[in-house]
Design a protein around this ligand. Structure first.
Ligand SMILES: O=C[C@H](O)COP(=O)(O)O
Length: 251
Protein backbone atom coordinates (compact mmCIF):
# COMPACT_ATOMS: atom_id res chain seq x y z
CA UNK A 1 0.00 0.00 0.00
CA UNK A 2 1.18 3.49 -0.81
CA UNK A 3 2.58 5.24 2.27
CA UNK A 4 0.51 8.12 3.55
CA UNK A 5 2.44 11.25 4.44
CA UNK A 6 1.29 12.34 7.89
CA UNK A 7 -0.51 15.64 8.35
CA UNK A 8 0.08 17.51 11.58
CA UNK A 9 -2.64 20.14 11.81
CA UNK A 10 -3.08 22.80 14.48
CA UNK A 11 -6.51 24.12 15.29
CA UNK A 12 -6.01 27.38 17.17
CA UNK A 13 -9.76 27.63 17.88
CA UNK A 14 -10.75 31.08 19.22
CA UNK A 15 -7.24 32.04 20.27
CA UNK A 16 -4.79 34.60 19.00
CA UNK A 17 -4.51 38.27 18.25
CA UNK A 18 -2.54 39.75 15.38
CA UNK A 19 0.89 39.83 17.00
CA UNK A 20 0.94 36.45 18.72
CA UNK A 21 -0.74 34.64 15.83
CA UNK A 22 1.76 35.99 13.36
CA UNK A 23 4.69 35.24 15.66
CA UNK A 24 3.56 31.64 16.18
CA UNK A 25 3.10 31.02 12.46
CA UNK A 26 6.43 32.64 11.57
CA UNK A 27 8.29 30.61 14.18
CA UNK A 28 6.82 27.40 12.78
CA UNK A 29 7.61 28.37 9.20
CA UNK A 30 11.20 29.10 10.20
CA UNK A 31 11.54 25.70 11.86
CA UNK A 32 10.11 24.01 8.78
CA UNK A 33 12.63 25.78 6.60
CA UNK A 34 15.58 24.96 8.85
CA UNK A 35 14.77 21.26 9.23
CA UNK A 36 11.91 20.02 7.08
CA UNK A 37 10.14 17.13 8.85
CA UNK A 38 8.72 14.12 7.02
CA UNK A 39 5.19 15.41 7.52
CA UNK A 40 2.88 18.05 6.13
CA UNK A 41 2.09 20.85 8.58
CA UNK A 42 -0.98 23.05 8.71
CA UNK A 43 -2.24 25.77 11.03
CA UNK A 44 -5.87 26.82 11.24
CA UNK A 45 -6.06 30.24 12.89
CA UNK A 46 -9.31 32.06 13.65
CA UNK A 47 -10.85 33.61 10.53
CA UNK A 48 -9.60 37.05 11.61
CA UNK A 49 -6.00 35.89 11.25
CA UNK A 50 -6.10 33.71 8.14
CA UNK A 51 -5.07 36.59 5.88
CA UNK A 52 -2.24 37.78 8.11
CA UNK A 53 -0.91 34.28 8.81
CA UNK A 54 -1.11 33.25 5.15
CA UNK A 55 0.90 36.32 4.20
CA UNK A 56 3.40 35.78 7.00
CA UNK A 57 4.18 32.22 5.92
CA UNK A 58 3.79 32.63 2.15
CA UNK A 59 6.45 30.66 0.31
CA UNK A 60 7.06 28.35 3.27
CA UNK A 61 5.95 24.73 3.64
CA UNK A 62 3.44 25.68 6.34
CA UNK A 63 -0.12 25.43 5.03
CA UNK A 64 -2.96 27.58 6.35
CA UNK A 65 -6.59 26.64 6.81
CA UNK A 66 -9.89 27.91 8.15
CA UNK A 67 -11.82 26.42 11.06
CA UNK A 68 -15.25 26.47 9.42
CA UNK A 69 -16.98 27.69 6.29
CA UNK A 70 -20.52 28.35 5.15
CA UNK A 71 -22.15 26.04 2.64
CA UNK A 72 -23.01 28.93 0.30
CA UNK A 73 -20.60 30.98 -1.80
CA UNK A 74 -22.08 34.33 -0.77
CA UNK A 75 -25.29 35.89 0.45
CA UNK A 76 -27.19 37.11 3.49
CA UNK A 77 -25.42 35.08 6.18
CA UNK A 78 -24.26 37.59 8.77
CA UNK A 79 -21.04 36.63 10.48
CA UNK A 80 -20.30 33.66 8.26
CA UNK A 81 -17.33 33.06 6.01
CA UNK A 82 -17.52 31.33 2.61
CA UNK A 83 -15.01 28.69 1.55
CA UNK A 84 -14.10 30.76 -1.48
CA UNK A 85 -13.23 33.67 0.85
CA UNK A 86 -10.77 31.47 2.75
CA UNK A 87 -9.30 30.32 -0.53
CA UNK A 88 -8.98 33.95 -1.59
CA UNK A 89 -6.87 34.64 1.52
CA UNK A 90 -4.45 31.82 0.73
CA UNK A 91 -5.98 28.98 2.71
CA UNK A 92 -5.63 25.46 1.34
CA UNK A 93 -7.71 23.59 3.93
CA UNK A 94 -10.78 24.10 6.08
CA UNK A 95 -12.00 22.16 9.10
CA UNK A 96 -15.68 21.26 8.93
CA UNK A 97 -17.90 19.57 11.47
CA UNK A 98 -15.69 20.09 14.50
CA UNK A 99 -17.59 18.90 17.55
CA UNK A 100 -17.51 22.43 18.97
CA UNK A 101 -19.38 23.61 15.86
CA UNK A 102 -21.77 20.67 16.09
CA UNK A 103 -22.42 21.44 19.79
CA UNK A 104 -22.28 25.26 19.88
CA UNK A 105 -24.03 25.89 16.57
CA UNK A 106 -26.22 22.83 16.21
CA UNK A 107 -24.50 21.71 13.03
CA UNK A 108 -25.76 18.39 11.73
CA UNK A 109 -23.89 15.93 9.56
CA UNK A 110 -26.02 17.14 6.63
CA UNK A 111 -24.70 20.66 7.28
CA UNK A 112 -21.17 19.32 7.48
CA UNK A 113 -21.62 17.51 4.19
CA UNK A 114 -22.78 20.73 2.51
CA UNK A 115 -19.84 22.65 3.97
CA UNK A 116 -17.39 20.00 2.79
CA UNK A 117 -18.92 20.18 -0.69
CA UNK A 118 -18.51 23.97 -0.62
CA UNK A 119 -14.89 23.56 0.43
CA UNK A 120 -14.27 21.20 -2.49
CA UNK A 121 -15.98 23.56 -4.93
CA UNK A 122 -13.67 26.34 -3.71
CA UNK A 123 -10.60 24.16 -4.19
CA UNK A 124 -9.99 23.58 -0.48
CA UNK A 125 -9.22 20.31 1.28
CA UNK A 126 -12.01 19.61 3.76
CA UNK A 127 -10.97 18.18 7.12
CA UNK A 128 -14.17 16.45 8.19
CA UNK A 129 -14.38 15.87 11.95
CA UNK A 130 -16.34 13.15 13.65
CA UNK A 131 -16.34 11.41 16.99
CA UNK A 132 -18.47 10.14 19.83
CA UNK A 133 -19.49 11.81 23.08
CA UNK A 134 -18.66 10.25 26.41
CA UNK A 135 -22.22 8.98 26.84
CA UNK A 136 -22.07 7.37 23.41
CA UNK A 137 -18.73 5.70 24.25
CA UNK A 138 -20.07 4.49 27.61
CA UNK A 139 -23.18 3.18 25.88
CA UNK A 140 -21.08 1.11 23.46
CA UNK A 141 -22.22 3.19 20.50
CA UNK A 142 -18.86 4.60 19.34
CA UNK A 143 -18.57 2.68 16.09
CA UNK A 144 -22.23 3.21 15.20
CA UNK A 145 -21.91 6.97 15.77
CA UNK A 146 -18.73 7.19 13.74
CA UNK A 147 -20.31 5.15 10.96
CA UNK A 148 -23.38 7.34 10.69
CA UNK A 149 -21.40 10.59 10.93
CA UNK A 150 -19.04 9.36 8.21
CA UNK A 151 -21.86 8.28 5.90
CA UNK A 152 -23.83 11.49 6.39
CA UNK A 153 -20.91 13.96 6.34
CA UNK A 154 -18.98 12.77 3.29
CA UNK A 155 -20.07 14.64 0.15
CA UNK A 156 -20.24 13.37 -3.42
CA UNK A 157 -16.88 13.74 -5.10
CA UNK A 158 -14.86 13.23 -1.92
CA UNK A 159 -11.41 11.79 -2.57
CA UNK A 160 -8.11 11.45 -0.69
CA UNK A 161 -6.95 14.54 -2.57
CA UNK A 162 -9.68 16.84 -1.33
CA UNK A 163 -10.68 15.24 1.97
CA UNK A 164 -9.08 14.37 5.30
CA UNK A 165 -11.00 12.71 8.13
CA UNK A 166 -10.31 13.66 11.74
CA UNK A 167 -11.48 11.29 14.46
CA UNK A 168 -11.95 13.31 17.62
CA UNK A 169 -13.66 11.69 20.59
CA UNK A 170 -15.55 14.64 22.07
CA UNK A 171 -14.67 13.61 25.64
CA UNK A 172 -10.94 13.68 24.82
CA UNK A 173 -10.91 17.25 23.52
CA UNK A 174 -9.14 19.61 25.88
CA UNK A 175 -9.51 17.19 28.80
CA UNK A 176 -6.09 15.55 28.91
CA UNK A 177 -7.82 12.19 28.50
CA UNK A 178 -7.41 9.95 25.47
CA UNK A 179 -8.84 6.59 24.43
CA UNK A 180 -6.53 3.61 24.75
CA UNK A 181 -4.34 2.90 21.76
CA UNK A 182 -6.46 -0.14 21.00
CA UNK A 183 -9.61 2.00 21.02
CA UNK A 184 -8.06 4.57 18.68
CA UNK A 185 -6.82 1.81 16.38
CA UNK A 186 -10.27 0.22 16.27
CA UNK A 187 -12.02 3.44 15.27
CA UNK A 188 -9.43 4.37 12.66
CA UNK A 189 -9.59 0.89 11.14
CA UNK A 190 -13.36 1.18 11.03
CA UNK A 191 -13.13 4.54 9.26
CA UNK A 192 -10.68 3.05 6.74
CA UNK A 193 -13.15 0.21 6.09
CA UNK A 194 -16.01 2.68 5.67
CA UNK A 195 -13.88 4.70 3.25
CA UNK A 196 -13.12 1.56 1.25
CA UNK A 197 -16.83 0.95 0.83
CA UNK A 198 -17.55 4.60 -0.06
CA UNK A 199 -14.53 5.46 -2.18
CA UNK A 200 -12.95 2.17 -3.17
CA UNK A 201 -10.00 0.33 -1.68
CA UNK A 202 -7.24 2.29 -3.41
CA UNK A 203 -8.67 5.65 -2.43
CA UNK A 204 -9.22 4.46 1.13
CA UNK A 205 -5.59 3.42 1.25
CA UNK A 206 -4.56 6.99 0.38
CA UNK A 207 -7.05 8.77 2.66
CA UNK A 208 -5.50 10.51 5.64
CA UNK A 209 -7.27 9.87 8.94
CA UNK A 210 -6.12 12.12 11.78
CA UNK A 211 -6.56 11.59 15.49
CA UNK A 212 -7.53 14.61 17.62
CA UNK A 213 -8.15 15.01 21.35
CA UNK A 214 -5.48 15.86 23.92
CA UNK A 215 -2.61 14.96 21.61
CA UNK A 216 0.61 16.31 23.10
CA UNK A 217 4.35 15.65 22.90
CA UNK A 218 4.16 12.95 25.58
CA UNK A 219 1.56 10.79 23.81
CA UNK A 220 1.98 11.74 20.14
CA UNK A 221 4.57 9.13 19.25
CA UNK A 222 2.49 6.13 20.25
CA UNK A 223 -0.70 7.53 18.72
CA UNK A 224 1.01 8.44 15.45
CA UNK A 225 2.66 5.02 15.27
CA UNK A 226 -0.72 3.29 14.89
CA UNK A 227 -1.16 1.92 11.38
CA UNK A 228 -4.28 3.86 10.47
CA UNK A 229 -3.41 7.11 12.26
CA UNK A 230 -2.06 9.46 9.60
CA UNK A 231 -1.48 12.56 11.66
CA UNK A 232 -3.11 14.70 14.29
CA UNK A 233 -5.56 17.54 14.69
CA UNK A 234 -4.16 19.37 17.65
CA UNK A 235 -5.80 22.08 19.70
CA UNK A 236 -4.11 23.26 22.90
CA UNK A 237 -0.65 21.95 22.09
CA UNK A 238 -0.67 23.69 18.71
CA UNK A 239 -0.56 27.07 20.44
CA UNK A 240 2.97 26.45 21.71
CA UNK A 241 5.67 26.31 19.05
CA UNK A 242 7.82 23.81 20.92
CA UNK A 243 4.96 21.43 21.67
CA UNK A 244 3.52 21.53 18.16
CA UNK A 245 6.97 21.06 16.67
CA UNK A 246 7.71 18.17 19.04
CA UNK A 247 4.52 16.44 17.90
CA UNK A 248 5.53 16.88 14.25
CA UNK A 249 8.94 15.45 15.03
CA UNK A 250 7.44 12.35 16.57
CA UNK A 251 5.38 11.43 13.49
O1 LIG B 1 -9.33 20.37 16.81
C1 LIG B 1 -8.64 19.99 17.78
C2 LIG B 1 -9.21 19.17 18.79
O2 LIG B 1 -10.45 19.63 19.21
C3 LIG B 1 -8.29 18.76 19.90
O3 LIG B 1 -8.14 19.77 20.87
P1 LIG B 1 -7.11 19.52 22.07
O4 LIG B 1 -5.81 19.09 21.42
O5 LIG B 1 -6.99 20.82 22.77
O6 LIG B 1 -7.68 18.42 22.92
Amino acid sequence: MMARRPLIAGNWKMNGLKADGEALAKALAAKLKASPPAVDMLVCPPATLVDRVAQAVAGSALAVGGQDCHAEKSGAHTGDVAAVMLKDLGASHVIVGHSERRADHGETSADVRAKAAAAHAAGLVAIICLGETEAERDGGRTLAVVESQFAESLPEGASPDNTVIAYEPVWAIGTGRTPTLAEVAEVHRTIRDLAAKALGKDAAGRLRILYGGSMKPSNAKELLALEDVDGGLIGGASLKVEDFWAIAQSA
